[in-house]
Ligand binder design. Structure first.
Ligand code: 13P
Ligand code: SF4
Length: 329
């Protein structure tokens, strides 16, 4: 696709144009909590990975405009192949997906033939096709509890989420060595300095954080779980150890409370903003609705193979509502 220079869009009211196009083309705009506030505010639905997968599977819109990263838009296409799925920027990837090339994952599986593959949704369609069951951070606990304790499991690609689940449930899953570069960047030292300044503020952390961050958390859970905790906790200040754009929803939901993003290495870097999520902009969303490009396309055999492990997730997570959660270890 040829991306127009930004100046050629300067006369347009992008919000108005996006509204016009979404009605004309029967578009549903899905956005993850890590998107910029201006995108969250015009989305039809904002949610975590599990909620967005469910919305993608259920929608009767003709077009899904997915404001998130590519593995999420791929998931929407796998579950809703008859829809046009557009992603404003196809370069919006994920470090966890990058850490797990399908050929290496296949070799890992083949080296452990007596293990099933329980795989985090942050991976490629090819890796989903090589997996038995997919999990999100909000469904991982519910799903793991349904797998017999004697069943051997390999878990990828997020070693921090896998290690957290191992610790919490006394499991011994073999872990793929991937990490999220965003959650990896929180600094324990800086967080403890922040905590000393706000001793009464609890810490809520995403399970993609390393153990040295999770160990200080009062609450551990998915993005929707952290949002729910922010709404229901008793105090008025919360330290948030996940991508800071979720704070936008917290401030909308409970404007009288204060939310402080956990710091990165030098105390005030922007290293906790996901660089992939940040690639989506209003301009690119407008172009995606206007041109119905860039589109997600998946070869049918691959799609069907990946759909099996995603369908298992949706079945096994059926009792999990959006706020569904890991809770505190
Ligand atoms: P959840 O929204 O499912 O908690 O996952 C966060 C994430 O990994 C987004 O990249
Ligand atoms: Fe991937 Fe981390 Fe960005 Fe989520 S926050 S999309 S896991 S790099």
């Amino acid at each position: 696709m040829t991306v127009q220079p930004a100046e050629s869009l300067s006369g347009l009211d992008l919000r108005e144009e996006i509204d016009r196009l979404r009605k004309e083309r029967k578009v549903v705009i899905l956005a993850h909590y890590y998107q910029k506030p201006e995108i969250q505010d015009l989305a039809d639905f904002v949610g975590d990975s599990l909620e967005l997968s469910r919305k993608a599977a259920e929608t009767d819109a003709a077009v899904i405009a997915f404001c998130g990263v590519k593995f999420m838009a791929d998931t929407a296409k796998i579950l809703s192949p008859e829809k046009i799925v557009v992603l404003p920027d196809l370069e919006a990837g994920c470090s966890l997906e990058d850490s797990c090339p399908p050929q290496k994952f296949r070799a890992f599986r083949e080296a452990h033939p007596d293990h099933i593959a329980l795989t985090y949704i942050n991976c490629s369609t090819e890796v989903k096709a090589l997996s038995d069951v997919i999990v999100t951070s909000s469904s991982a606990e519910t799903i793991l509890e349904q797998i017999p304790e004697e069943q051997k499991i390999i878990f990828g690609p997020d070693r921090h989420l896998g290690a957290y689940l191992n610790r919490k449930f006394g499991r011994d899953m073999l872990l793929w060595p991937g990490v999220c570069i965003v959650h990896e960047a929180f600094s324990e030292t800086e967080m403890l300095k922040l905590k000393a300044q706000h001793p009464d503020a609890p810490i809520a952390a995403h399970p993609e954080c390393p153990a040295h961050i999770i160990d200080h958390a009062d609450y551990v859970g998915s993005t929707s779980g952290i949002l729910q905790f922010a709404k229901t906790m008793e105090g008025d200040t919360l330290i948030v150890a996940t991508e800071p754009h979720i704070i936008h929803q917290m401030e909308k939901a409970v404007p009288h409370k204060t939310f402080i993003g956990a710091p990165g290495a030098d105390g005030n870097c922007a290293c906790n903003i996901c660089p992939y999520m940040a690639l989506n902009t209003l301009e690119k969303l407008y172009l995606a609705l206007r041109d119905l490009e860039p589109r997600i396309e998946i070869e049918e055999d691959l799609r069907l193979a990946a759909k099996k492990s995603l369908d298992r997730m949706l079945e096994m997570a059926a009792g999990t509502i959006g706020k569904g959660d890991l809770g505190r270890a």
